[in-house]
Design a protein around this ligand. Structure first.
Ligand code: M6R
Length: 365
């Protein structure tokens, strides 16, 4: 069932244009209004809500971080994001004015389910973003937004993440249209751009050989740093998780502005740094951060939007993603990071689909 691919992970990476497109188009009517069938969040419901909690684990948590940005920016509702294992034990402030959004591919992650039950007990309205139909998280929620990634087999989550992002954007846009927080032009512009995502993801996938070659030269690194600013930080965390879980390389991610507050001490000759610089507003700041690590000997792989060429002067290698609005870049910028993690793990001879110590769904604490 790998359909000619060597691993499920790479097959699932290549299924993303389809997953993104299905998740999107099934929720748009011919007038490009968002149809959230089965999701009953009315104007009155949303008027009652003064706070959103997004709770999840691992990759789903990283999608939640992007969700926070989208909901705050588009719908102007304050959002907190938490990992489920922390949320459930810290007595968070939740009441009947809280919308609790659980994000889970499997819908069976124990901590996420326990957090959901805790929020429900406190009176929150429960919306879940889930991939597996009829799963526990879906069954226990008031409303469910199903992602259309299709079955995800590889332990490393890829297509679930990009479809969760689409779901997050649609939920945020739906909230904004009910609350009237975006102009029609703004709303239409975002939907129009979202519709270009499947093609843009495909474009990155079609150019995967460059990333493969890069991985072949970088697979021996003992540690890898990912950094970014704004939305790029969240993608940096996702790229770092992907790499460590399948290649066992010690990798971590930081907000680039935090470099000088400690992490830069670890940069030495040859350290691999993956620097995401897709946010127009923060581009120049990222270029300075790249210079800082390069001055200490780092080998920098930059990720930037096509057309932003200045980065070539500071980074050693640049991986370009097609141009899009800053808010939507995570759907694109995560793709080179998934590919990089995959090809590095393959070059290291790792069991990519079944990394050691990990299970596909974590149904114990
Ligand atoms: O099924 P879920 O989305 O609830 O799973 C959450 C995490 O266990 C999952 O994303 C995990 O972090 C993946 N192995 C990451 O690739």
């Amino acid at each position: 069932e790998k359909e000619g691919y060597e691993h499920f992970m790479i097959k699932e990476i290549h299924e993303q244009p389809k997953g993104v497109s299905e998740t999107l188009l099934r929720r748009l009517d011919t007038d490009e209004n968002i149809v959230l069938d089965g999701i009953k969040l009315t104007k009155e419901d949303l008027e009652n809500i003064n706070k959103v909690y997004i709770v999840a684990c691992g990759t789903a948590y990283h999608a939640g971080l992007v969700g926070r940005y989208a909901i705050e920016k588009f719908a102007k509702i304050p959002v907190e994001v938490d990992v489920a294992s922390e949320f459930r034990y810290r007595d968070p402030f939740v009441d009947d004015k809280t919308l609790f959004i659980a994000v889970s591919q499997s819908g069976e992650t124990l901590d996420t389910l326990a957090a959901l039950r805790e929020a429900k007990r406190k009176g929150a309205r429960i919306l879940s973003i889930v991939n597996v139909v009829g799963s526990s998280v879906a069954r226990e929620s008031d409303d469910v937004f199903y992602t259309w990634a299709g079955p995800e087999i590889a332990v490393a989550s890829t297509k679930a993440y990009t479809t969760q992002l689409v779901a997050m954007y649609l939920v945020a846009l739906h909230m904004s249209s009910v609350k009237g927080t975006l102009t029609k032009d703004q709303y239409d512009g975002i939907i129009k751009e979202l519709k270009t995502m499947p093609e843009k993801v495909k474009n990155i996938l079609d150019n995967h050989t460059r990333i493969q070659h890069l991985a072949d030269g970088q697979f021996n690194n003992e540690s890898v740093f990912f950094m970014g600013r704004g939305l790029d930080v969240h993608v940096a965390h996702e790229g770092s998780l992907k790499l460590k879980e399948i290649s066992y390389i010690n990798s971590f991610a930081i907000a680039a502005g935090e470099l000088k507050h400690g992490t830069i001490a670890l940069i030495e000759d040859g350290t691999l740094v993956v620097a995401l610089a897709t946010q127009d507003r923060l581009y120049d700041k990222m270029l300075s951060n790249i210079q800082e690590v390069r001055a200490r000997g780092a080998f920098v792989v930059g990720v930037a939007k096509e057309g932003n060429k200045e980065i070539e002067k500071t980074a050693d290698v640049v991986l370009y993603v097609p141009d899009t609005m800053d808010e939507l870049t995570p759907i694109l910028s995560v793709i080179p990071l998934q590919l990089l993690a995959y090809y590095i793990a393959v070059a290291r001879g790792c069991d990519v689909d079944k990394p050691k110590n990990l299970a596909k769904s974590v149904t114990v604490e």
